[in-house]
Design a protein around this ligand. Structure first.
Ligand code: GLN
Ligand code: ZN
Length: 772
């Protein structure tokens, strides 16, 4: 017998019902009870789908009103004391306070004695990326005072609800070690692993309660087994899982996203009843797992890609799974590689997706169907699934042979690419001298990162144009007006290097994807990013080519309005790759190189149009790092090469900028330097320039624009504050390498604060020039 199950299901609903209900609730338009009713309805629909697809379990506990780690903070009773909850708030109210913070105005009127919420309000829990996905979880906070106390009512209620489907209910929990690992120590010197002994009894009690509720299998996720763990953490696994023995439930330990490697034998030996492995990301380990996992244990093979949207090649899947089944005899489960949280609800019916690409795609609903076909195939043989197999093979073959996917011109170009295509013709020092000659900029040149406020009118015009209600000519005119406004304002402010403001761009990846061959877009392919926020990544299905220039006309128009230098503005190849669903039929490196060549052509065209400064944004370079250190070097090699290919088609006196957002760079500085951008702008103001110290220590060779103000808040920083930051920067970076700019683009800001902040920024730069 083969069992099929899913590790988790998307929460938002087919039409993002949860998003809209949440936002209504936050605006005060619906009550908690109404929100809960929507949540319940969605869970029911999703369980029904699991049942209808023939799954052997319904999975409970994967639903969340914001985030599953936040659920665990409440489940385990470790809401941070700093929120100052009185105990009179409802569970949901506390939950959303942790997720979203208490605003200043609310804090002032909440009446808490002595201002527990502080006059500044209470900031939300920090949010960070869930492993290498684009999903963000709320970070638990730990210190020596942290206590745990089980509050399992909500989870148990959902287990009860799920029982109505007549299938075994399999609740999913984040494991104790992963939960601690993902948290943050709030006091220096405190080791959060020391909380394990306090935490384990709560998990054990929870398992008892689940058993009492009739649960037989509990899925416990420990994805950190796929990381390079410090020894103390690895050792703790044995202790933790030994102590969770002795309840009446069976534990399915779930790992995903990354190979187990040195933790493989540990994972196989832990005293649990089953192990789930990710056979997409770690397919090469499947045989080792088959060797190591005791025959008495269940093996769950994650053979359907939970991180991507391509249909599974069912014939190939069966060819791998059959021998595995033979070896395991009765004990094989099949599942998606990880929770389906990271793929859209459904794609097969999405009419916006270009034909025939649509037939090659599988969202969560389609992935459940694939599971059921695999199960029937494994049990009853190919004949039992003949028509499904044939339909699947047709789609697989069509995709593999489609002229839409393979563009011989792209292949020929890559084959003929000169070995030095990723090298600027001249060394940095030489380029710098020539650029200084050509650009004639003052010391501490001022610039911005690209976007200016995306006002309601801009968004309305774009939407009307997309709906066909605004003609091309009227739309162009509307955008040109915005560009003209941005240029005029920048001239009035006295900024040295101008930007056109990106009014015509909805999104920095979508804008390029829409104009490149090889991309298509769905109407409803939303994936949760955090809370109620969803993103709809472009679908990169084929060889990438640039049929025509993408930004030249807008940039040229902007340049025609001013004597100052207009900076061309592009998104880099790694960021386009990272923020799209990409093909799985060739290495990511190859796809990135194709994008790089398309961007290179754009760079060259901008130069030919007279643009002297071109910025290629790569905010996503850091998040592309593999979860395991051993993968860093190869990744950084091809990623930085792709950037250089995109940037190296120009003359020495054309200045290439790049931009990266807030993240730690210090451990990859040599690679960032190897990108060889003439100027890099980075987000540094929130770290009080601390992030820049690494660049100084490393003697970063090229020019740097450390952000001097945070663009995430409407606050207008005073001149002195920016001067102080610049002086700090000057202490670590040569003064003649310093640029002056905000942390990031300004599209989420309003014009009034933007103008005020930039005016102060220009004054700060002037003050620095006078000092030197
Ligand atoms: N040029 C982009 C902008 O200004 C950069 C955005 C980003 O770094 N995320 O909006
Ligand atoms: Zn940025």
């Amino acid at each position: 017998m083969t069992k099929i199950h899913t590790l988790g299901f998307p929460r938002m609903g087919q039409n993002r019902e949860l998003k809209f209900a949440l936002e209504k609730h936050w605006r005060g338009e619906i009550t908690e009870a109404e929100l809960e009713a929507t949540g319940k309805q969605l869970r029911q629909r999703h369980w029904l789908l699991q049942k209808q697809s023939g799954l052997d379990f319904v999975t409970a506990g994967d639903f969340a009103y914001y985030d599953h780690i936040a659920n665990h903070i409440q489940l385990l009773g470790c809401e941070p004391a700093r929120f100052g909850f009185s105990g009179n708030e409802s569970e949901l109210a506390r939950y959303f306070t942790m997720a979203r913070g208490v605003a200043k105005e609310q804090a002032a009127s909440c009446g808490c004695a002595g201002g527990e919420h502080g006059s500044e309000g209470t900031h939300a829990l920090e949010m960070t990326k869930w492993f290498d996905t684009n999903y963000h979880y709320l970070v638990p906070e730990f210190d020596a005072q942290t206590q745990f106390k089980l509050h399992s009512d909500r989870l148990l209620a959902q287990v009860q609800e799920a029982a109505a489907y007549g299938l075994p209910v399999k609740p999913v929990l984040v494991g104790p070690l992963t939960f601690l690992w993902l948290g943050k120590e709030k006091t220096a010197g405190f080791d959060r692993l020391s909380l394990l002994d306090k935490l384990l009894p709560e998990y054990k009690e929870l398992l008892h309660r689940l058993a009492a509720a009739g649960v037989q299998w509990v899925q416990i996720d420990e994805p950190i087994l796929g990381l390079d763990l410090p020894g103390a953490w690895t050792l703790a696994f044995d202790r933790a899982y030994h102590s969770l023995q002795g309840t009446d439930v069976s534990i399915l330990l779930a790992t995903y996203f990354s190979p187990l490697e040195d933790n493989l034998s540990l994972a196989c030996k832990l005293p649990v009843a089953g192990l789930h492995v990710d056979a997409i990301r770690a397919g090469h380990e499947l045989n080792a797992v088959l060797d190591w996992l005791p025959a008495s244990k269940q093996l769950s093979v994650g053979f359907i890609d939970g991180r991507n949207i391509w249909r599974t090649d069912l014939k190939k899947a069966l060819a791998t799974l059959r021998p595995a089944l033979e070896r395991r005899q009765s004990a094989l489960w099949v599942a998606p590689s990880c929770s389906l949280l990271h793929v859209p609800f459904s794609l097969a019916q999405d009419a916006a997706v270009q034909e025939p690409v649509r037939y090659w795609l599988a969202g969560a609903v389609e992935k459940l169907e694939e599971l059921s076909i695999l199960q029937r195939g494994l049990q009853d043989g190919d004949a039992a699934i003949a028509s499904e197999l044939q339909a699947n093979q047709t789609a697989i073959t069509q995709r593999a042979t489609s002229p839409l996917v393979k563009n011989p011109a792209v292949a020929a170009r890559i084959a003929a690419l000169p070995a030095d295509a990723d090298q600027r013709g001249a060394a940095f020092a030489q380029r710098q001298a020539q650029q200084r000659q050509r650009l004639q900029l003052p010391a501490f040149p001022t610039t911005t990162i690209g976007s200016f406020p995306q006002t309601g009118e801009i968004r309305a015009a774009r939407a009307a144009f997309k709906r066909g209600e605004l003609s091309q000519a009227d739309y162009t005119q509307a955008m040109e007006q915005e560009i003209a406004l941005a240029v005029r304002k920048q001239e009035e402010l006295g900024i040295d290097v101008l930007v056109h403001g990106e009014a015509e761009r909805n999104d920095m990846v979508e804008y390029f994807g829409e104009q490149l061959d090889g991309f298509t877009f769905s109407a409803n392919g939303w994936v949760q990013s955090y809370g109620s926020r969803c993103v709809k990544p472009p679908i990169l299905f084929g060889d990438v080519a640039r049929p025509q220039a993408m930004t030249v006309a807008w940039t040229q128009y902007a340049q025609s309005l001013t004597e100052r230098h207009m900076k061309g503005m592009l998104t880099g190849p790694i960021t386009i790759l990272q923020w799209s669903f990409v093909r799985d039929d060739q290495p990511r490196a190859d796809t990135t190189l194709q994008i790089a060549l398309a961007i290179r052509d754009e760079v060259v065209d901008l130069e030919a149009a007279g643009i002297a400064i071109i910025q290629i944004d790569e905010p996503a370079i850091r998040e592309g790092l593999p979860l395991r250190r051993a993968g860093w070097k190869p990744y950084l090699n091809w990623a930085t090469k792709a950037f250089r290919v995109s940037a190296s088609g120009v003359r020495a006196d054309t200045q290439i900028h790049t931009h990266m957002c807030y993240s730690e760079f210090n451990d990859i500085l040599p690679e960032i330097a190897s990108m060889d951008a003439d100027v890099i702008t980075i987000e540094t103001s929130r770290s009080d320039m601390e992030l820049l110290r690494g660049f100084g220590d490393f003697h970063y060779p090229n020019e740097i624009g450390p952000g001097v103000y945070d663009i995430h808040s409407p606050r207008v920083p005073p001149v002195e504050e920016m001067v102080r930051l610049l002086q700090k920067a000057k202490a670590v970076v040569p003064a003649d390498h310093l640029w002056v700019n905000p942390d990031c683009g300004l599209k989420t800001r309003g014009w009034p604060e933007t103008e005020a902040a930039l005016a102060n920024m220009v004054k700060a730069a002037q003050q620095l020039r006078e000092e030197t």
